[in-house]
Design a protein around this ligand. Structure first.
Ligand SMILES: NC(=O)c1ccc[n+]([C@@H]2O[C@H](COP(=O)([O-])OP(=O)(O)OC[C@H]3O[C@@H](n4cnc5c(N)ncnc54)[C@H](OP(=O)(O)O)[C@@H]3O)[C@@H](O)[C@H]2O)c1
Length: 245
């Protein structure tokens, strides 16, 4: 028996890194998953896995576009009678010097990392209320009040801090019906890092290793399962202690 048997879940950013690991863990726990992304070919390995027995669906969407979120909403309402879980994981990470920050970069970062979380939540909250479902938003330790992110993460850190506040407000306002929690990964080995020099890890991560995508995925399974049925509004760091520094 899986921890997510008979649950239907949407996962954004499911084509890569942490999101793809969440999709895989959810499937292994029995869920039916609608993976949302721009490039279906990145999950052909999962789509062709017979163990998943038709429980993986893919919807092509750019989650920074309002129109694509509306199309996804219409697709889910037409094809699924209920929804239990929404995981907002899609995100981008760019760094800039302050003098290089532009409105275009600001818009790209906030539309992708922040607006997508807000408008996906707005679109699917009514369905989640009906099932007593839950939401997991993937922020970052860069968005935590207690931790100062890398010095050139002006836009990224601000976009992720907004996700934390938004999550807590939703948790409070929808506490009767829908649990809302937030995962804050620390540095995690995924394609988001184009520079593969990780020599800084030993200095910055007390536990001495980079995170794996599965570290955050296992927490997402827990938060979305009935084992976490009294947990809402939590901000869970998955960072080997990195945010303590
Ligand atoms: N890795 C880390 O160290 C780390 C640390 C803290 C927080 N996080 C957060 O964890 C989340 C996942 O990151 P990751 O490390 O797994 O990165 P990743 O491997 O680069 O994956 C990012 C995912 O987001 C999707 N995405 C980006 N922009 C999109 C858009 N406009 N529309 C639809 N999908 C879009 C990507 O889809 P495509 O394949 O279509 O590009 C991809 O599936 C992000 O929110 C990130 O900020 C990561």
């Amino acid at each position: 028996m899986g921890k997510l048997d008979n649950k239907t879940a949407i996962v954004t950013g499911g084509t890569s890194g942490i999101g793809k690991s969440i999709v895989e863990h959810f499937l292994n726990e029995g869920a039916h998953v609608i993976c949302v992304g721009r490039d279906k070919s990145k999950v052909y390995d999962l789509l062709s896995n017979e163990d998943y027995d038709g429980r993986l669906d893919f919807f092509v969407a750019d989650i920074s576009e309002e129109e694509d979120i509306s199309k996804l909403e219409a697709y889910i309402k037409t094809n699924y009678s209920y929804l239990d879980i929404l995981v907002n994981c899609a995100g981008i990470w760019h760094t800039h010097r302050l003098e290089d920050v532009t409105y275009d970069e600001f818009e790209l970062m906030f539309r992708t990392n922040t607006a997508s979380v807000i408008f996906m939540t707005k679109a699917f909250m009514p369905m989640l209320k009906k099932t007593g479902g839950n939401i997991v938003n993937v922020s970052s330790i860069g968005g935590l009040e207690r931790h100062i992110a890398g010095r050139s993460q002006y836009l990224y850190a601000a976009s992720k801090a907004a996700v934390i506040q938004f999550s807590q407000l939703c948790a409070l306002n929808y506490a009767d019906d829908v649990r809302v929690n937030c995962i804050c990964p620390g540095p995690t080995d995924t394609p988001i890092y184009l520079n593969r020099d990780f020599s800084w890890v030993k200095d910055q991560i007390p536990m001495g290793r980079l995170g794996k995508a599965s570290d955050a995925a296992k927490v997402a399974v827990f938060l979305c399962s009935d084992d976490a049925d009294y947990i809402t509004g939590s901000i869970v760091t998955v960072d080997g202690g990195a945010s303590l520094k």
